[in-house]
Design a protein around this ligand. Structure first.
Ligand SMILES: Cc1cc2nc3c(=O)[nH]c(=O)nc-3n(C[C@H](O)[C@H](O)[C@H](O)COP(=O)(O)OP(=O)(O)OC[C@H]3O[C@@H](n4cnc5c(N)ncnc54)[C@H](O)[C@@H]3O)c2cc1C
Length: 297
């Protein structure tokens, strides 16, 4: 990222929302279920799997959480009816984690149960560090009753290696990512070289202990390391998949797919697009160019 890109990333909250929206369009599949399912169908036709995220997080009351659950159960039915290859990804703060933890667990269980009924799978996204312990606890409780639920861990957190050790008895279905929230140095690595080393250490640990891993990255070095580990462990393609975000590095996506590996694209959609868009834009190395173009269009 250039200095200008970094400066704009820091001042994104000052950029008018319509401009943010225009620049972030590439990352979001629209506002409605129909729009999102059209994107899924297009990817499926090219042999690419999907996972759908209904945008929204940090809701303020349980009615909003129940609405989110209803959105997800309807979505699961639509995926099933249209025979699409897509799982769902949920955020526990959207199901009331910060409002009532027990209710959140019950609501998450409702989604996972419904997914089980329609033979689908639920991935629990990992949010900022104020949610990590509770998210892992809820995941562990869900696994007592269900196997169609997976978890995300973040390589930038200092605690993750211990979390993965502690979860080993569950042989979780993981998504491994670097992590996207702004966290204090006391609990997170800041140096990208360390984050990358940790990513590789975690991936090796997960794959060699028999966990299925969604290798979520657009970093060619991490993809290279993953392929090295997969080759060394002689893993079949059914033991892992690569995962990428909608709108990011489609060329790398095609290269991975052409190599014969399974690939899943994370597809967010919905009206609550702002927080997700800002997180994505902060990571875009060509942010300044995009913002200026959108301003003068
Ligand atoms: C499928 C998926 C699910 C995720 N789920 C979570 C989650 O639950 N919790 C969480 O904290 N994080 C999640 N993330 C985000 C992740 O933590 C990183 O923030 C993000 O993927 C960037 O890390 P990277 O591995 O691509 O490496 P980086 O080193 O950040 O990026 C590598 C290269 O990718 C390109 N790139 C990355 N981001 C962008 C962008 N937005 N626009 C344009 N180019 C870009 C750039 O060329 C960059 O140089 C997820 C990521 C993926 C792919």
């Amino acid at each position: 990222m250039t200095l200008l890109d970094r400066a704009i990333a820091r001042t994104l909250p000052l950029v008018p929302k319509p401009i943010v929206r225009r620049v972030a369009n590439r990352y979001i599949a629209g506002e409605t279920v129909d729009e999102a399912l059209r994107v899924v169908a297009g990817l499926n036709e090219r042999g690419i799997r999907a996972t759908l995220d209904i945008l929204g997080e940090h809701i303020h009351n349980l009615d909003q959480a129940r609405q989110a659950v209803s959105g997800y159960t309807t979505l699961l039915d639509s995926i099933n009816k249209r025979k699409l290859d897509s799982t769902i990804s949920i955020k526990l703060t959207q199901l009331g984690l910060k409002v009532d933890r027990e209710a959140c667990f019950e609501l998450a269980a409702q989604v996972v149960r419904h997914a089980q009924d329609v033979k689908n799978f639920v991935r629990i996204d990992m949010e900022d560090s104020s949610c990590t312990t509770e998210t892992l606890e809820i995941y562990r409780r869900l696994r007592r009753g269900y196997s169609n639920v997976g978890i995300v861990v973040q390589a930038y957190l200092r605690r993750t290696v211990d979390d993965v050790d502690a979860l080993q008895d569950l042989r979780p279905n993981y998504r491994l990512c670097k992590g996207v929230y702004l966290e204090p140095r006391e609990i997170s690595y800041r140096d990208m070289r360390v984050i990358n080393r940790n990513y590789v250490t975690l991936l090796e640990k997960m794959l060699s202990s028999g966990s299925y891993v969604g290798i979520a990255t657009h970093d060619e070095l991490m993809v290279w390391e993953a392929l090295r580990i997969i080759r060394e462990l002689k893993l079949p393609t059914s033991a892992y998949e690569f995962q990428m975000l909608l709108g990011v590095d489609e060329q790398l996506r095609d290269i991975i797919k052409a190599g014969g590996h399974n690939l899943r694209v994370y597809i967010p959609f919905g009206r609550d697009w702002y927080a997700y868009s800002v997180r994505r834009l902060r990571e875009n190395p060509r942010l300044a160019g995009y913002v200026f173009k959108a301003m003068f269009k």
